[in-house]
Design a protein around this ligand. Structure first.
Ligand SMILES: [Fe+2]
Length: 519
């Protein structure tokens, strides 16, 4: 309890040399320092202990004679209005032969003078002690501010480099929980990824699985209801028992700090901290930090939404380009969408990952996007093409690649766009890749592209049946097409997953219908 008593040792020992008194400092647990040079602990008797206790409990200057041989003085030491210890002083000499009071007062006759001296000494100790405590508090505050700053820089860095994502929110709550030394940290976004929670697995209250999630779920509902009534931007609850709404949410007492995530009057969700340690309380700096983090998050969400909007805009633009190409050529209308559907059927059979399915779908929709640069006179020409015209058509995989490589989200599919006219035997274009050198999506697209071309009507021939198409495909397996993938396609076909085209709808009508489906 008495801190840095070593600072006063020198002072007391020096005083002992020039004064008729020895000094001792006591706290509620016992003696913490004695200025006696012999080190003998002769003063620690039950009587001294009682005397020390009475000085502390009554909080006043006291003096008495002890065992008839010593004058003992006691002055309380206070900190923050509370008595936390006492300074005892007693005469050095003992003479048991003397009458007790005579002995004591003969040596130290001026009790008032001793009282004044000891009181000044204690007030010096208290001042010094308070200064030390203040220094310690400031050091601790600085340490925590540094941690806050560290956390803030971590968050700011994540925000600079990442768009809002599950991973980022997971990292955010984990970092916040650890740095701010709380039991639960959560971020809840109503229209995005839902709640992310990090909690202290060592906490007694959070041992049962799902209990932290349930608690946070109830808490968020309460916060949202309260926010509507009270229009508050944040909630600071130092002890849940003091609030009837929050006390019923969890069996144990807790403290809570929760701030709204808002930007431009849009309310995105909550960022919050929960602790079961009620000996500490949330500081203003922690609230400021949390508010600042919520602001950063809100900005990030706004940017992510804008980015998604922009991405959606670009993708819709490209879909419109595909529709425009297909609308020009009545014979290929709806081709890309059909290829995409069949590719997804293949993906199901091949048990591809969700990411692969998404990429394959986009590769299939966009595989002919490069035809945008092919003149309409060639694209829609009835009858056989001249060599020059054919060369122009063959440029479309490269053109598609060039168009899409500038869109970050579509970069993974650009190799499949570039190589969808390669042949398994290496006789395709543009690079003459063979076998597994050809990207997987491109090999799948090549099969479906062939199937759809055969079953579509052309200016120079009528559509062939799906059975005929399958038999042609089987014939070119191993030369033009990947034989293993053709086997899978046969299964897809056999299970009648292949979608038959509706021949009743004319080409232009169908193109219009397909475009409506796409946008
Ligand atoms: Fe093509």
């Amino acid at each position: 309890m008495i801190m840095h008593i070593e600072y006063f040792q020198e002072l007391f020992c020096g005083l002992t040399q020039i004064s008729p008194l020895n000094f001792e400092v006591w706290n509620g647990d016992g003696p913490v320092f004695s200025s006696r040079f012999d080190g003998a602990d002769t003063t620690i008797s039950s009587q001294i202990e009682e005397f020390s206790d009475s000085v502390m409990s009554q909080g006043v200057f006291r003096h008495t004679s002890m065992n008839g041989w010593k004058a003992v003085f006691g002055v309380p030491i206070r900190n923050n209005e509370q008595t936390v210890g006492c300074l005892l002083a007693y005469s050095k000499n003992s003479n048991k032969n003397l009458i007790p009071d005579e002995s004591a007062y003969a040596e130290i006759p001026d009790v008032k003078g001793v009282e004044m001296f000891l009181t000044r000494l204690v007030s010096f100790i208290e001042d010094k002690w308070e200064g030390e405590q203040e220094k310690e508090k400031i050091t601790e505050e600085l340490g925590r501010s540094f941690e806050d700053l560290y956390l803030y820089s971590q968050v700011a860095n994540q925000i600079k480099t990442l768009l809002s994502s599950n991973q980022m929110n997971n990292d955010l709550v984990l970092d916040t929980m650890k740095t701010m030394r709380v039991d639960i940290s959560f971020v809840n976004l109503f229209n995005h990824e839902g709640s992310k929670i990090a909690f202290n697995e060592d906490s007694l209250y959070l041992q049962f699985s799902g209990i932290a999630e349930k608690f946070v779920g109830k808490l968020i509902r309460t916060l949202t209801v309260q926010e509507k009534v009270e229009k508050r931007t944040h909630f600071t609850i130092h002890d849940s028992r003091t609030d009837s709404q929050f006390s019923k949410l969890f069996i144990a007492q807790y403290r809570l700090l929760a701030v709204k995530i808002t930007h431009d009057n849009k309310f995105y969700g909550w960022l919050g901290l929960i602790s079961f340690n009620l000996k500490e309380s949330f500081r203003r700096s922690e609230l400021r930090l949390l508010i600042s983090m919520a602001e950063q998050l809100a900005m990030l969400i706004t940017n992510t939404d804008l980015y998604k909007e922009l991405e959606g805009f670009v993708i819709n633009l490209i879909k419109s380009m595909v529709c425009a190409i297909e609308a020009k050529d009545v014979y290929t209308s709806g081709h890309s969408e059909r290829v995409s559907e069949l590719c997804l059927n293949m993906a199901e059979y091949m048990d591809l990952t969700e990411d692969d399915k998404k990429n394959l779908k986009w590769a299939a929709i966009l595989h002919d996007v490069g035809k945008i640069g092919v003149p309409e006179s060639i694209l829609c020409k009835e009858g056989p093409l001249e060599d020059d015209e054919y060369r122009k058509i063959k440029e479309h995989p490269k053109r598609g690649f060039e168009i899409l490589k500038h869109i970050k989200q579509l970069v993974p599919i650009t190799p499949s766009i570039l190589h969808h006219h390669e042949r398994y035997d290496g006789k395709g274009y543009p690079d003459g890749l063979k076998g597994d050198e050809i990207p997987l999506y491109a090999r799948i697209i090549a099969i479906i592209d062939t199937y759809d071309a055969i079953t579509s009507r052309r200016s120079y021939r009528s559509a062939k049946s799906s059975e005929e198409a399958m038999s042609i495909i089987e014939k070119v397996a191993g030369t033009q097409l990947d034989p293993n993938l053709v086997l899978i396609f046969k299964e897809v076909y056999r299970d009648s997953i292949v979608v038959k085209k509706d021949e009743q709808i004319s080409g232009k009508e169908k193109a219009r219908w397909q475009c409506q489906q796409l946008t």
